[in-house]
Design a binder for this molecule. Sequence first.
Ligand code: CDP
Length: 806
Amino acid sequence: QTTVEPTSAERAEKLQGMGCKRKRVEDIRFTQGKGNYVDDVKLPGMLFGDFVRSSHAHARIKSIDTSKAKALPGVLAVLTAADLKPLNLHYMPTLAGDVQAVLADEKVLFQNQEVAFVVAKDRYIAADAIELVEIDYEPLPVLVDPFKAMEPDAPLLREDIKDKMTGAHGARKHHNHIFCWEIGDKEGTDAAFAKADVVSKDMFTYHRVHPSPLETCQCVASMDKIRGELTLWGTFQAPHVIRTVVSLISGLPEHKIHVIAPDIGGGFGNKVGAYSGYVCAVVASIVLGVPVKWVEDRMENLSTTSFARDYHMTTELAATRDGKILAMRCHVLADHGAFDACADPSKWPAGFMNICTGSYDMPVAHLAVDGVYTNKASGGVAYRCSFRVTEAVYAIERAIETLAQRLGMDSADLRIKNFIQPEQFPYQAPLGWEYDSGNYPLAMKKAMDTVGYRQLRAEQKARQEAFRRGETREIMGIGISFFTEIVGAGPSKNCDILGVSMFDSAEIRIHPTGSVIARMGTKSQGQGHETTYAQIIATELGIPADDIMIEEGNTDTAPYGLGTYGSRSTPTAGAATAVAARKIKAKAQMIAAHMLEVHEGDLEWDVDRFRVKGLPEKFKTMKELAWASYNSPPPNLEPGLEAVNYYDPPNLTYPFGAYFCIMDIDVDTGVAKTRRFYALDDCGTRINPMIIEGQVHGGLTEAFAVAMGQEIRYDEQGNVLGASFMDFFLPTAVETPKWETDYTVTPSPHHPIGAKGVGESPHVGGVPCFSNAVNDAYAFLNAGHIQMPHDAWRLWKVGERLGLHV
Ligand code: CDP
């Protein structure tokens, strides 16, 4: 019986490499309840910490009496700022160059702020003890409106820095001012506006929301006093950064700190920063010499750990009468809450807001962002977006729509007229970025043809006439969003965190039998890294993905990396993985040449083997080469087959997409129904189309949530509204529309495998698409810009304002 050698294509298919819809390997444990999350960590003698939190948004602390709490059996300690002060730990540095109170020092600045940390034998005793801590407050005037924060007689919030009139990003203009960041050509922009036929100006508010991962923030700190070593398990999107920060804050040498991020139940930006819970758990473990666990509940997560957005964006476009955009001007008032704890690369106080010129070619632009303090929780994290990109895309995609209305032009045509053209890439944007690649007209055409855009506009016109005649109470909106993202932070010339440049890394080791362990500096929170990094290696090295184990999150074993957020994993660690694999392949080629007794140049790669050019029957597979590398390496070549790469990307990557949303709104109830949502994404080379589809579904669902209802609101007294899932809209399968996905492929020219990030694109593009659909539905009634969120109550109010209700 003769066996037929599989063809190259058959062998390639078996690898389950790039382009394959490989099933997620991590789901085997997740779907069987076998994940290993922080709250699964149970150590002998472990104690539980929990916070006493402020009931006031702004108040002076006159006294704290912990005696009754300390007397409760099972309570081991109650920490206050007074206990942390001698250690200089009552404040901690933020990633944004500010400091943040670990425990409230003399006054509280937002509701639910951490005031004391109770450590007890179990969570129940801790909860009881919290009730026994007595705090005497003197209420102070509360500031929740960022516009009022800059008024001359506005209450002073940050007494700790009242005399510090220079912040991390230059001069502070006012006692509640944090920074002003200006970029672009102001004079040139003013001149272009002066000459324009049409100036379109609106104020777009992107309301305060929260990433709300299903698993809240948590940690277990365990100090081994004998070894002088601290182990910290936590929900960390960037474990190495946490290790460095803990070392800097605590003074413990970095090699004596072991940070472990086990499985994480969603991050979306919420788990990037450092929180009081981490510091207090570490201090308590050092003081008490036993492990201490801290686990947030839902209300604590929503009301105290990092919020997102809260940008008030006055946006102007200057254009000719026939719709050529000449310039953009944007001023943002950014509400940062009580401390500037934004999680951005250190140089960028407003993240990548300067991508706000979007997908459009315009010669000049100017952007200014003022950050201010208010009596709200601090944060400003990139909730499923690459640092403020979603705000930027919202501003430009709403501005395009309102300009189109003022010009009396179709908004799809206005976009097409102003697109950066394929031949303009790499494209130098007026606010500083160099877009790597794109084909916007192609993507837009595919999307418009698929949804039948012109027919939809005709239908909408007919429906508007029927509405005017009183034949229907429903109005129809067509939402468009054509977005450009900027992901993969980032090149060391652009991006660092506290001085550490934002490279990422991969280390690959081939075992003698040809299977693999690979470790990266990133950390999956559900994105499927264990599945997809293996696919990159499978294709690069010809080893089946099933024989490759991916490990992240343990700082003792993983190479240093800056973590996972801002869709950076594929552009950075994905690139590092390909480069490390190529180093291994180069060594394998030397071994193959030695074994086959030919010159290296006489070999060619064929899926999973090196073969002799012109003699395909003479080959050595990667499996054979792996064995040989340990067993009989060529003379003068060290044994083994492993490589590491620290990848400093030459540029960021610029994924893009064309989204369409068709929506029907009942003006009497304000209920909006998404009839169709079509999302075309271009993320360059696609590693796993099924995972990409999942990422797009998830991102669109969060976009739907944000645009249509999610909000962290405050009343005049600074009471936080929306701090539970009763009030904070988290869509389930019942509310979520059906998603239709599509793609084009424009590889990144500088990425080793041509891939761009994708995780956040659907959120970034989705929010303006929903909002544009709502606004488009009401536009023929001259509603003006309607602010998000577009829940039924608010849309009903729009109907009332317009006198539509019968
Ligand atoms: O940094 P994060 O993992 O959140 O975002 P990402 O780099 O966009 O990757 C999200 C998931 O999509 C990962 O599992 C990637 O491997 C996958 N992906 C892909 O299959 N193809 C791409 N071109 C980009 C991402």
